[in-house]
Unconditional design. Structure first.
Lengths: 383, 52
């Protein structure tokens, strides 16, 4: 067989693997949303959709999973996945910490410290191990053709609306205002402190891995994926003025759907705060997190359909679907009380130099320990 | 599963379109943190403001 014939055969096999229906659907849906926001004269919104699209592609192709990475660290001591997550944060922090501190049009992901944050993050950690995906993970796997994660996403949305109704009471338990590194050390000192905190965390994680005799370094794909996700996180920050967040969009979608079927949440205290009130009243395409969420779903759909038949797998056992549903509900509720997910609270928080990001990480890691113990009850492995 | 996906995709896009066309879209996209008094990505107020 000649080289030309072999190349033709490979190209033919690659083309045969493409799921044209869903490839077209993913691209068409993205184009429709982009057209809608551009018709409104909002190029920044189009950039957010594109940023989300890129994140969906990279997450899917790099198979980047916070949930599996945290589980492998807690169960086997493997450090690679966790270090990949820290790489994302380090890349993003280089821009977010100083820019948010210097330019008034930009802001970091900050949040108060208190019982609401700890309880929410802990419950989120349980949920992410049951669902087998966090906020970003749920988006890209659901977008990528996992019916199981489609159920997790639906329940995530429901849980986050319930959480929005409980958040004001949880905040009344007390707390202190956000602690932000740049506020105490200035833009560049704040960046140095943030990077030092990441380095310290990396050293601790590597020490645990070595102590347990587990693998330490992330695989090459994870390093490249982490760096790209970090750069896309910066792009989303520049386009939206705030770090990338995922779960507020879910809460808005859920509240709008709830209103549609007769459950009007607009009078609840959470929906009387200026931001949520505006988000509920305005077009869903006026909300930054919804824009990146949509982009991420369709980016993952496009990337998945470009490489294999889309959503051809059979449905998993009922127990596994129950875990996805319960996990989704817990993540939704926990994300509202804990001020976000792995992205909005952990990545965004730490990359903004906000102490709440590390508190969220610790509490969610504790919740993961509980979630990992619960997984066998749903037919899921502890690994 | 493909039928479920196609249904969700069509219904979801229709819902987004309907919402966009029937709701005001007042300028650039915002996040709840853009509003005065917001202390978290969801727009929650600061504990110090709640005590006042």
């Amino acid at each position: 067989m000649t080289t030309a014939m072999m190349t033709d055969t490979r190209a033919g096999a690659a083309l045969a693997g493409i799921d044209w229906l869903f490839l077209g659907a993913g691209l068409a849906a993205t184009a429709i949303l982009m057209a809608l926001v551009l018709l409104d004269g909002q190029p920044a919104s189009a950039a957010l959709i594109l940023g989300g699209f890129g994140l969906g592609v990279v997450f899917l192709k790099a198979e980047f999973s916070f949930t599996a990475a945290w589980r492998r660290f807690l169960v086997r001591g493997e450090a690679g996945g966790l270090l990949g997550g820290l790489l994302i944060i380090a890349v993003a922090a280089v821009v977010i910490v100083p820019v948010a501190a210097i330019f008034p049009n930009f802001g970091g992901a900050i949040a108060p410290l208190g019982p609401s944050l700890v309880i929410g993050a802990f419950v989120f950690g349980i949920g992410m191990q049951l669902a087998n995906g966090c906020g970003s993970g749920t988006l890209y796997t659901a977008g990528g053709g996992s019916g199981r994660m489609l159920i997790a996403l639906a329940c995530f949305i429901i849980g986050s609306v319930v959480g929005s109704l409980h958040l004001p009471a949880a905040l009344a338990l007390g707390g202190i205002d956000p602690v932000i590194a740049s506020k105490y050390f200035g833009p560049w000192g704040g960046l140095a402190v943030t990077l030092a905190s990441l380095a310290l965390a990396a050293v601790l994680i590597i020490a645990v891995a070595r102590w347990q005799g587990a693998s330490v370094w992330p695989r090459r794909g994870l390093v490249i994926g982490g760096a790209l996700i970090g750069l896309l996180t910066i792009a989303v920050f520049v386009a939206g003025g705030h770090p990338w967040s995922v779960t507020f969009g879910f809460t808005v979608w859920g509240a709008k759907l709830a209103s549609l079927i007769g459950f009007d949440v607009s009078s609840a205290p959470f929906w009387q705060w200026a931001g949520p009130k505006r988000a509920l009243a305005d077009s869903v395409l006026s909300d930054t997190s919804s824009l990146t969420d949509f982009g991420m779903i369709f980016g993952a759909m496009t990337a998945a359909a470009a490489s294999r038949p889309f959503a051809r797998a059979s449905w998993p056992p009922l127990k596994s679907l129950a875990a996805a549903a319960i996990g989704g509900l817990l993540m939704g509720w926990g994300a509202r009380l804990g001020f976000g997910c792995n992205i909005g609270a952990f990545v965004g928080g730490v990359a903004s130099g906000s102490l709440h990001g590390w508190v969220w990480f610790g509490a969610a890691l504790g919740g993961c320990l509980v979630g990992i113990r619960l997984r066998p009850a749903f037919g899921l492995s502890k690994d | 599963m493909r039928f479920v996906y196609i249904s969700v995709l069509v219904l979801g896009l229709a819902a987004v379109l309907a919402d966009h066309l029937s709701s005001p879209s007042s300028g650039r996209a915002v996040s709840p943190e853009d509003f005065a008094g917001a202390c978290a990505p969801c727009g929650a107020p600061c504990p110090s403001a709640q005590k006042k």
